[in-house]
Design a binder for this molecule. Sequence first.
Ligand code: ADP
Ligand code: MG
Ligand code: MG
Length: 892
Amino acid sequence: RKFVYDFSEGNKDLKDLLGGKGANLAEMTNLGLPVPPGFTITTEACKAYLDSGEAPAALRDQVSEHLAGLENRMGKKLGQADDPLLVSVRSGAKFSMPGMMDTVLNIGLSDESVQGLAAQSGDERFAWDSYRRLIQMFGDTVLGIDGERFAETLDETKSARGATTDVELTADDLKELVGKFKAIVSEETGRDFPQDPREQMDLAVRAVFDSWNGSRARLYRRQERIPHDLGTAVNICSMVFGNLGPDSGTGVAFTRDPASGQQGVYGDYLQNAQGEDVVAGIRNTVPLADLEQLDKASYDQLMQIMETLENHYRDLCDIEFTIERGKLWMLQTRVGKRTAAAAFRIATQLVDQGLIDEAEALQRVNGTQLAQLMFPRFDSNGGVKDAEQIGWGIAASPGAAVGKAVFDSYTAIKWSRSGEKVILIRRETNPDDLDGMLAAEGILTSRGGKTSHAAVVARGMGKTCVCGAEELEVDTKRRCLKTPGGKVVEEGDVVSIDGSTGKVYAGEVPVVPSPVVEYFEGRMHAGADDADELVKAVHRIMAYADRVRRLRVRANADNAEDAARARRFGAQGIGLCRTEHMFLGERRELVERLILADTEDERERALGALLPLQQGDFIELFESMDGLPVTVRLLDPPLHEFLPDITELSVRVALAESRKDANENDLRLLQAVHRLHEQNPMLGLRGVRLGLVIPGLFTMQIRAIAEAAAARKAGGGDPRAEIMIPLVGTVQELELVREEAEQVIAEVEREHNVELGLTLGTMIELPRAALTAGQIAECADFFSFGTNDLTQTVWAFSRDDVEASFFTAYLEKGIFGVSPFETIDKDGVGSLVRSAAEAGRATRPDLKLGVCGEHGGDPESVHFFHEVGLDYVSCSPFRIPVARLEAGRAAA
Ligand code: ADP
Ligand code: MG
Ligand code: MG
């Protein structure tokens, strides 16, 4: 098998095999861009190594062959004493995992070849600087030595020389430092720093393979839902040097602003530095635009390359480059991460530029991003004006975050677990801060640009982030933040950060709804001249989605107010109206009377009192959804939910008895509570079982629906009610309810002399129902998959219990990538949905199919429901735009 590809042999579509970095290095090479030559070891080699603990036998020879080719081309050998070829060994998985895996630069330097490099470059300082970097990086990532040991030694040398930055150290200082670094290696590993260049390279390759399973990488993958079995590729790339003096340097760039989508020159540049320095925030970078002054030729070339890349990838690209003595080299590119707002704006900009079509634009955004845009933000007119601004940094990841200041990840996690909202404040973040960043509402750093670790990771997480707020002094030891004006924010003080403007405020700033929500609510119009650019973009993308989608989108709504909002958000009906809330509050007493009724007469009276109340609710609901279907689910929860708490009632009755004034009603109530008490109410007397056991209950509800529909018709309305029976396990249950229902409906129709067109269907939420869907369909006009209960019953999970108890452990162990309550478990629950849909349609081709669990608003699940051929999804009103968009994306 071929385990090694020269950069010229790959292309951008080989990400599975070559990783994103390798595939794009190959693509750039083939575009004729200046990429230092090199080759890529495939992810398959990595997978083979991780499976067996041994690199595949063929790998070594193939690497030797490609290395020899590279050496020929460069006219020097790896680590050659008088003129060494140096290489970087770089990780690169299919999906970008910034900073999660290892890269080692300057491989090939040794005590001998460092002299050769000095002689060839004519720069002794540069050679020793490169060597110390190699030992430092190799020691840390390959040999597993605590990086702090090197960092401290470097700091000691700097302060001994009175130097504030590493560039001030001389060749002799660096030579001395190399001696110290080598001593650290010997001390920590019991062996000398390896002098054989090939051994260095092989060890580094192995370390990159191993870094795939590092704890940081695993956590990141779980968070980002990246599969654990992809493995990483390894890129061996000949070195170019940004640390060869002031006419050299290294930088990062975006072809457009990843925060707003605006076109322009965005990036950071650092003179006389090697790659990692830019993102590590060791020295302060300059804006990319300043490169024009520093090195016009390279700047112009870079701008041209950026345009080439945008047109080629037809998308925003991010770029890593290095300038070696005035010569520009491209070290990496990829389609860049961006904020949610930028994603929408860029997609429509690219359509306008003619680079992509509408279907493609839909693939450039997603529902998760849309959901992010619906978060509230700071009130730019009211609260923000009065708020005390204490700093200003780079708007790295949008949103409005308010919380208590914490200065380390541990505290962030601890406080957030106890329910506090926190803002994590660091000088800069590193991969060890990942858990703390996850726990925080937002992240604030004083160092680093838009491409710093904090910025990149926060954008990926959808967390608000302000970075590089340089005038703020972060004192992690004393746990406080100092402003130039002398104000001090202590741990626990509330701060507010605005990831859209970069502003930092002391205290709590009030938040307002997002313009995107204002737009969906109809309070802001995309057509207006001064309309927000983002709103215009969202409006266009939603129009594309609505045009192509096949799935209809309905709302889960129980009252007229929610129904009206759902309609504004684009709902095409109600997929689930729960009736249980209609029995609570003041009406609870009526339910109690129903349960306690001993005689037919008592029961009739209780039902008679409930009927008009129910009917009133339905009239309102049908009115707000006039002309659109409304699925009403008959009473589902177990009856004890409507009765007093068993312990409280027992105590009350016992006390009363001891006073000899026990009241008759309480005694009967207590008996009923005992009678209805269940060990497992979720699996007990509820849903259709209740309807069949309590005479008249479902009849009353059905009558209320029919009467409400008749009243709407009489008033000129267009009610489209659908009656849904919950928790059906067998067709016999449904037959009984249907018989009863048909009688009642016929009665109401006769009384009012109308045709109501009511349909009757069932939820499919028990495995037995799914397994016998073919039979059930004989008696149902529609199925609505109740995927919440179906997930509970298929897995035998009680959602309320398991999410809090063992789900985190399961997620950590990778048993789930994501909770099956959040995204449909395709293989298990999903396969039941698929087969039940097929069986149902086989019986009754016109069977209407929908889903009304929370999965109806989950992006990945929506795609699944589209694929299995459902007619609609139903979700909470706020998720409707997300479901519309994802339904469009699924169909485009
Ligand atoms: P990451 O995946 O963390 O971005 P990279 O493999 O891109 O890691 O390496 C980090 C940085 O190291 C790059 O941005 C680049 O600046 C520098 N680098 C990597 N390879 C080379 C090389 N061959 N020559 C010069 N610099 C390099
Ligand atoms: Mg990189
Ligand atoms: Mg249910």
